[in-house]
Design a protein. Sequence first.
Length: 423
Amino acid sequence: MDRRTFAGAGARARRTGFAAVVVLACGVLPAHAKTQKPVTLNDAITRAVSAGFALPAARARYEGAEAGVRQAGRYLNPSIGVESENFAGSGPYQALNQPETTLYLQQTIELGDKRAARTGVARSEAETTRARSAVQVLDLMREVELAWIEVLVAAAQQRVAEERLSIAQQFQSEISRRADAGRDPLYTQSRAEAQVALEQIAVDQARAAARIARANLAGYWRGGADYAVDLNAFENAAATNDGNPISVDVALLEAERQLAASRVSLERSKAVQDPAVRVGVRHFADTNDTALVAGIAIPLPLFDTNKDNIEKAEAERRAAELDVETARLTLRRELTRLQSRLVASATEARRIQREVIPKAEQAVQLIRDGMDRGAFSYIEFIDAQRTLNDARLRRIEALRAFYQDNAMVARLTGRHSRLNIKG
């Protein structure tokens, strides 16, 4: 065995491998995207929300709710009517030319602050509409953030796959030369070729997954997938300090609680009966005289006092209050759980980077050097390389879990609601 020749080849392979890793790490993005400014998370969210229909729909709903507030403050319309009496009867009332005709104007007067209560319900409905729209927009933001995370994950996985392919190709070439020279059995050459084929399939799959992830994210703003991303944003698993968190879910339930309270006031006001006042002019045909007439009608609350509707509204208000308290407890519990998961995922990723990957890289290098001396086989190198790759992929999965949980924290605390988005 010509160990000096193989040692020189191994050294060249290591230098070539390092250069290939650098090229591949830069080649994760499309060529025309490398000169572009990387799309950050805030950029992706801003583009998606601005280009989407969530904000225009929210604006339309709120405009409709404001129209409802104006409508609720309108006064009741008066009514005008005509009455004709004392004609087509008997005796002196048989004639048709001697009726008594009254032209009147009637107005129902709302008592019990019905108009104010009705307006209060409409305003509460408008606030509920606003809060519900905020929930829908934050849901969209979370979807975009998860899609952005998948773009980074796919890019990181593609980089690992391409590094594996580069190393497999280098060793396949060297083993082919050794097998042709009769220094290694032919089956090692076949195994190396099979390994290259497997790694090529993995690279093709990783590139396809990256294209799909990029197209999925760009679909939120109906754009192309030729944009750049910065993988450094994926490497630093640091939690974000949300300062004063704003839970739009609790805000929505609080708005619904206020709406329920407003409906209680409205139902109570409906228990007050509204009189109808009438003023008119009566014409006496037989004498051609006229006179004013006036009247008032007040409903008698004998059968319906709106008691049951009041009880229903009060029950719904109590339920809404309990829903708010339940949501607050659930929010605190969920944030505590997510914070624990964030710490666990960040710790796992950090320990793999500090404790596992360096040792796995050292093992690969030692076996590589040993192969130059004939102390190790190609199979042992592949096993060591597989351990290193598994560690890198597991770290990527830990980072994915971290950022997915971080996206949920952002959703629950309304972190992205602070973005200045126009749409």
